[in-house]
Design a protein around this ligand. Structure first.
Ligand SMILES: Cc1cc2nc3c(=O)[nH]c(=O)nc-3n(C[C@H](O)[C@H](O)[C@H](O)COP(=O)(O)O)c2cc1C
Length: 149
């Protein structure tokens, strides 16, 4: 699938028990349904944050723009707090919204499906903002600026 060009998303949620912010880089994002409005992504059962995703009731999907590779590195680094120093805001139910992200979706978990070593999470989009003009793309393991709208 490295020959299938994708965008890059950053999905955030929070640990219900501790209130800790959780964030993961994801390129498995897919459009699923228009009525209701559904999107999906797949989470690897080996990720440290897997129990948080399994229990998450709500999450925010941020679409990264060209030039935001720094967020990819930040959110794949093995550090205690990937949000440290970021000027984050929160959606109504307290899920982190990243700064300087032009397009994001707030989703409620609609369904979960077992799929081998991943779990497919389907979310119903309950709110969104969309003004991205040039996405960050991922192809053959490389990050590349996508086309201008
Ligand atoms: C370009 C790219 C795309 C990724 N897509 C996914 C994905 O769709 N699902 C997933 O579970 N991990 C994906 N990952 C890997 C996770 O972001 C990475 O394993 C992360 O460090 C997991 O964090 P955690 O183990 O601290 O929870 C991707 C990584 C990169 C660099």
């Amino acid at each position: 699938m490295s020959g299938w060009i994708t965008g890059i998303a950053l999905v955030t949620t929070k640990d219900e028990k501790t209130g800790r912010n959780i964030g993961i880089v994801c390129n498995s994002l897919t459009s699923v349904s228009l009525e209701p409005l559904l999107i999906s992504w797949c989470v690897d059962k080996k990720t440290k944050s897997f129990p948080d995703w399994e229990n998450a009731k709500e999450w925010n999907v941020h679409i990264l723009a060209a030039g935001q590779e720094d967020l990819v590195h930040r959110f794949t680094a093995p550090v205690a707090d990937r949000f440290a120093g970021l000027d984050i805001t929160y959606s109504d139910s307290g899920i982190p919204i990243l700064p300087n992200v032009e397009t994001y979706f707030t989703c409620k978990t609609f369904a979960k499906h077992e799929a081998g070593d991943h779990l497919i999470l389907i979310g119903e989009v309950i709110d969104y903002q969309d003004s991205i003009a040039q996405p960050l793309t991922f192809f053959r393991g490389k990050f590349l600026p996508g086309p201008h709208a």
